[in-house]
Design a protein around this ligand. Structure first.
Ligand code: IPE
Ligand code: IPE
Ligand code: MG
Length: 251
């Protein structure tokens, strides 16, 4: 039967990736954990746990493919609106993840990094994050940016504040801020903008993610819920990306 409703994204399993055109920076909005659990009549936290398994697979795949940066949206500045039990369980899961996965991540040469205002996270989260970052800073594999208490708007405001705080009164009067100046104060300073932003779970919105950096990112959506997302889905997104024409405003 002709299935006209089938999404083109997910319909073709026979493709070959161009290994000379792997995106340097992939960003993922890891969404759909709660709905995945609900479908199975499980508490939402089970969905978050299952989501962590997906992270493990996707990092490995990125390393294999030679992706340089992988930014994972794990907790937004708006996610504090969730019930305290869910927030607490997410924070607990983060600490557990960093403790349990550290050795393997380090063995796989992953650089563990974070973006966002982590000073609002529970103390033990902060210590684990700082420790993991320090210990892996000289690794050479994929840089995993965990976006935690991250919001694109607050990142831009912080960048402005940090830029302005370095200037004297006289300098402030004459300043004309450039894009390059501001970029140096973003959490992602020194990193390329994401080539592709992936959002599973059927939602097609940016939810305050990488607002500055997404100016020319390619977007890729899928109905798959994050715990069900596989290496193959990542490859499909990359394949799709490789078949797009990026014009950056040119012709
Ligand atoms: C994404 O899954 C994880 C976080 C935002 C922490 P959700 O928890 O948003 O899952 P849904 O969207 O409710 O299914
Ligand atoms: C975005 O997902 C944030 C993360 C995945 C961490 P949400 O589930 O919070 O986004 P909305 O509320 O559906 O836009
Ligand atoms: Mg969600």
């Amino acid at each position: 039967m002709l299935n006209i409703f089938k999404k083109t994204n997910n319909s073709n399993d026979n493709f070959e990736l161009d290994y000379n055109n792997i995106p340097k920076h992939i960003a993922i909005i890891m969404d759909g954990n709660g709905r995945w659990a609900k479908k199975k009549n499980l508490p939402r936290t089970f969905g978050h746990k299952a989501g962590v398994e997906t992270i493990r697979k996707i990092i490995k795949e990125c390393n294999k493919l030679g992706v340089k940066y992988l930014t994972l949206y794990a907790f937004s500045t708006e996610n504090w609106k969730r019930p305290a039990e869910e927030v607490n369980s997410l924070m607990g899961l983060l600490v557990e993840y960093l403790k349990k996965e550290f050795d393997e991540l380090n063995r796989n040469d992953v650089v563990i990094n974070y973006i966002g205002d982590i000073s609002k996270l529970p103390h033990n989260c902060q210590t684990e994050l700082v420790k993991a970052k320090e210990k892996t800073i000289n690794n050479n594999g994929v840089v995993m940016n965990l976006a935690l208490n991250y919001g694109g708007r607050s990142e831009i405001i912080n960048a402005f504040n940090s830029l302005l705080s370095n200037l004297s009164g006289e300098e402030l009067k004459n300043i004309s801020i450039t894009e390059e100046m501001l970029e140096k104060h973003l959490y992602t300073a020194g990193m390329p903008d994401p080539d592709i932003i992936i959002r599973p779970s059927g939602e097609q919105r940016i939810s305050n993610f990488l607002l500055w950096q997404c100016a020319y990112s390619e977007f890729w959506y899928s109905d798959i819920l994050w715990p069900d997302f596989t290496e193959k889905d990542l490859q499909k997104a990359i394949y799709d990306y490789q078949n797009r024409e990026r014009r950056f405003g040119g012709i």
